[in-house]
Design a protein around this ligand. Structure first.
Ligand code: AMP
Ligand code: ZN
Length: 474
């Protein structure tokens, strides 16, 4: 049974898309997922990518379980930061955000993050924002001050149900952004903002201005789905006030549940503090690639840490990712090289089956990736062990590769492009062992060590004894 931790109810809940149980996962309408996307004013950092990789694992796992998905990620292409950036560069907002949107899409590809079905941009969704503000105004939930339109929280009784924040206590202003002094009440937030001279603006029915931050997501969700959605995701920093405000706007305007399951990813930390642009403690994907780390290692690291646990990022743990990845590569190479005819062994068939069932059980439990990857590495270890005593038949190898492919449809780092598949034949290994023996007889220890290291990098371990040198796969 697939279940998720729902931030709103603070409980692990069985996942039932559409709110009504069906016979099989196949029978459900596509699962409607919305993920808050990037603000495109610079390179996203790998803290952001932690959340985006989590979205990807969620989406892929739903498909693995047989659900169809209909997934949206918005692009925030108008806010203080994008406007400031475009003005500083002396280019239009559109030119500026287009540039960073393209970089963002390239980064998603590099990390093997699947394309989703919809990528609406805030500036293409102005009409939907107009509709939403009009509905709220008709219900008497908005007011206009100094050219901006605000949502009046005091008139909305349900405020605070996601973050469990007592709406009265927000009045003190201690947990709320109190920058906008023109508001009637510190809790209120701008739906539509008056623009300064050098800012871009749009004429809608409540006035000339630009979108407030929260209205964008509510409007885009309405535009794409026009109904309650199943899952809404984002980083935990968005729970309050962003998602709380999204709920207030959407439920007040449309009188129906906005979201069934709220899933939030914990932060990626550096030296135990949140990775963020404002703190300057961030790495972009490109920073890490320049340091010679592979996108595959980065994906591995980001996808094997549970999304509800904070994760402290270090270059050291990124370095350490290469070892488990090369263990996977060795099994892939071993399986691809198998040419032996023969039956499928019961042992291999059993370990493949228990790998998939262990993986599924773990992922069903609120996407427990740590446990799920333990199932994967259990398979890897057992195949290596089996292979050192027996030889994998072609049928065994095919089943192993098929099992890895299934797991990879979720994890995405197993067969990822920069996989270094080691293709070293037995003939080559034996030749190198001979060469190493000659080098040792000639006291050329440098060469003999070189050969040992080269073979080790390729997953071949040498064992010297008085009877000669034996080799096995690591
Ligand atoms: P932004 O571009 O700032 O709007 O953020 C895009 C997404 O990244 C949001 O879902 C944020 O919650 C998330 N995010 C920002 N910083 C981090 C971090 N250090 N760790 C994990 N997710 C983050
Ligand atoms: Zn959002």
């Amino acid at each position: 049974m697939l279940s998720f931790y729902n931030t709103q109810t603070r409980k692990i809940e069985e996942f039932i898309p559409g709110g009504e149980r069906k016979q099989s996962t196949n029978d459900y309408n596509p699962v409607k997922i919305y993920s808050c996307g990037p603000t495109v004013y610079g390179y996203a950092h790998i803290g952001n990518f932690r959340t985006f990789v989590f979205n990807d694992i969620l989406r892929r796992y739903l498909k693995f379980r047989g659900y169809k998905v209909d997934h949206t990620m918005n692009i925030t292409d108008v806010d203080d930061k994008t406007i400031r950036g475009a003005n500083e560069k002396g280019i239009t907002l559109n030119q500026y955000t287009q540039h960073y949107t393209e970089i963002f899409f390239k980064d998603l590809k590099l990390l093997n993050i699947e394309e989703v079905e919809h990528y609406p941009r805030a500036t293409d969704s102005i009409e939907s924002m107009n509709e939403l503000i009009k509905k709220l105004t008709k219900k008497g939930l908005t007011y206009n001050k100094d050219g901006s339109t605000y949502f009046a929280i005091s008139k909305y009784a349900d405020y605070g149900k996601l973050s469990h924040i007592d709406s009265e206590s927000i009045k003190t202003g201690t947990r709320y952004d109190t920058d906008e002094y023109t508001k009637d009440d510190v809790r209120d937030f701008a739906l539509w903002k008056a623009v300064q001279n050098d800012e871009p603006g749009w004429q809608i029915e409540c006035g000339y201005g630009r979108p407030g931050w929260h209205i964008e997501c509510s409007a885009m969700i309405r535009k794409v789905y026009n109904s309650t959605i199943d899952i809404h995701t984002g980083g935990v920093d968005l729970i309050f006030p962003h998602h709380e405000n999204e709920i207030a706007q959407s439920e007040a305007a449309y009188n129906e549940q906005f979201v069934r399951y709220w899933l939030h990813a914990e932060h990626l930390l550096v030296d135990n503090s949140k990775m963020s642009k404002s703190k300057g403690n961030f790495y972009t994907l490109h920073d890490l690639i320049e340091k010679d780390f592979s996108p595959r290692a980065i994906r591995f690291l980001l996808s094997t840490a549970h999304y509800r646990k904070q994760f402290n990022f270090t270059l050291e743990n990124l370095k350490n990712a290469s070892q488990p990845l090369s263990r996977i590569d060795n099994v892939i190479a071993l399986s691809k090289n198998s040419k032996i005819e023969g039956p499928l062994s019961d042992y291999i068939s059993d370990i493949c089956e228990s790998c998939i069932s262990g993986f599924t059980e773990a992922m069903d439990s609120d996407l427990n990736v740590a446990k799920a990857s333990a199932s994967l590495f259990d398979l890897i270890t057992r195949v290596n062990k089996y292979n050192s005593d027996n030889q994998l038949s072609k049928k065994d190898a095919d089943l192993i590769l098929e099992t890895l492919r299934q797991i990879d449809s979720v994890f995405g780092f197993i067969f990822m492009e920069d996989t270094k598949v080691i293709d070293i034949s037995e003939e080559e290994i034996n030749k190198l062992i001979e060469e190493r023996l000659t080098a040792r007889q000639n006291k050329d220890y440098k060469r003999s060590d070189q050969i040992r290291d080269y073979l080790a990098e390729n997953g071949i371990i040498l064992e010297d004894s008085k009877d000669g040198t034996r080799w096995k796969k690591s």
